[in-house]
Design a protein around this ligand. Structure first.
Ligand code: NAD
Length: 359
């Protein structure tokens, strides 16, 4: 039989990967002909931003300044504060060190100013590989996509991920797997991205349980980071469906934490779509140890090993919110392999709320 026809667009972007690769940051800045970076971090990662400043100074690059107030969901008042800080300095590029929150701020500044953006990711969320930016104003998150949002250079240095707390390593890693899962059945799926999805899932499914056992294992952390990179490419190249839309709704409407929500919802979203995606299920099962040919089972096994919370109610979602969530989830239409229907979607959300395993 012939292959399915497809279209493929590669996102540009340079990746520098390896332990200690942060030492190459000064050269990366110099090769672009730049000399005055604005550094970005969250309040929790100030010391990592300070490490960067030291590395730069010792290579005769003086940072223009360090803004350390990056916040989850890129609130517009924080971006405005960072922009006025930037205007008081003379920066010619932005360097974000952190997870999706800090990288989001880097993207928000870069798209407003045209400044070159270098990312140093410290979680597995994958934002550094996408041309997507979600920004929050008055409690509402609006997402846009623009090739100019894609960061120019990404430095993956495992050493900066060693401090990622074990629980967040687990959920952030499953957040990455979710990007790969939805890439396998995306309306614009293609064989190249599917290869990355399987390889990325495999790397994470093998390394995350090792990190739970030994958070200081550098090889396990490096393998997870490699997997997260590939899964980030999947997110940046594929149209996401039910799982991502549900997590967006739940996160935005009920203020649930990003990576943790992804972790709880993923097996349920997959089992909802399973009847419509036999090929993707089969491929995915090969990447999940213990699946015995059933990808949903493989995810359940993985989450078991990762000792993560399985119920949205554990994060404060109320029982009466189930109906509201189902309402919102079916109110906007988007491509998904299986039709989005109110009753089964409500049951999906109820199971995720209660913490019942996906079937
Ligand atoms: P995060 O960036 O919010 O980080 C969570 C917390 O962990 C923060 O306090 C952070 O400082 C801390 N942290 C991160 N790395 C650490 C490390 N190595 N050591 C110690 N502490 C560390 O979490 P996230 O899950 O990476 O990002 C979530 C946000 O990113 C959400 O707003 C989400 O919508 C967005 N996101 C966007 C995209 C995109 O493509 N636009 C993709 C993924 C996530």
């Amino acid at each position: 039989r012939n292959m399915d026809p497809f279209e493929y667009n590669a996102n540009p972007g340079r990746v520098v990967f390896g332990p200690g690769s942060i030492q190459k940051l000064p050269d990366e800045i110099k090769r672009l002909g730049l000399k005055s970076p604005l550094l970005l971090s969250t309040p929790q990662q100030v010391s990592q931003a300070e490490d960067l400043a030291k590395i730069l100074t010792s290579a005769s690059i003086e940072p223009a300044g360090t803004y350390t107030n990056a916040t989850m969901h890129t609130p517009s008042h924080i971006t405005e504060e960072a922009m006025s800080f930037l205007h008081s300095k003379s920066a010619d590029c932005v360097v974000s060190i952190g997870g999706g929150s800090t990288i989001g701020l880097g993207k928000a500044i870069s798209i407003r100013t045209g400044l070159y953006h270098i990312c140093i990711p410290t979680t597995y969320a994958g934002s550094e590989m996408t041309p997507i930016l979600g920004e929050t104003q008055d409690g509402r998150k609006a997402t846009r996509s623009d090739p100019k949002i894609l960061p120019g250079t990404v430095i993956y240095d495992v050493d900066f991920t060693m401090t990622l707390p074990v629980a967040l390593s687990a959920t952030s890693g499953v957040n990455a797997i979710a990007h790969a899962v939805e890439a396998l059945y995306a309306k614009n799926k293609n064989p190249i991205i599917s290869l990355l999805a399987i390889e990325g899932t495999k790397a994470l499914a093998e390394s995350l349980p090792e990190i739970i056992e030994n958070a200081q294992s550098q090889p396990a952390r490096e393998k997870a980071q490699y997997g997260a990179w590939l899964c980030g490419v999947c997110l940046g190249s594929s149209a996401m469906a039910l799982h991502h839309k549900l997590c967006h709704t739940l996160g935005g409407s009920f203020n649930l934490p990003h990576a943790e929500t992804h972790t709880i919802v993923l097996p349920h979203a997959l089992s909802y779509n399973a009847p419509a995606i036999p090929e993707a299920m089969e491929k995915l099962a090969t990447a999940l140890p213990g699946s015995e040919g059933d990808a949903t089972k493989g995810l359940n096994v993985l989450l078991e090993k990762l000792k993560v919370k399985r119920a949205l109610k554990d994060y404060g979602m109320k029982e009466e919110d189930i109906d509201k969530a189902a309402e919102i989830a079916v109110s906007n239409q988007y491509p998904n392999p299986r039709k989005i229907e109110k009753e089964p979607i409500r049951e999906l959300i109820r199971r995720a709320w209660a913490g019942e395993p996906a079937r």
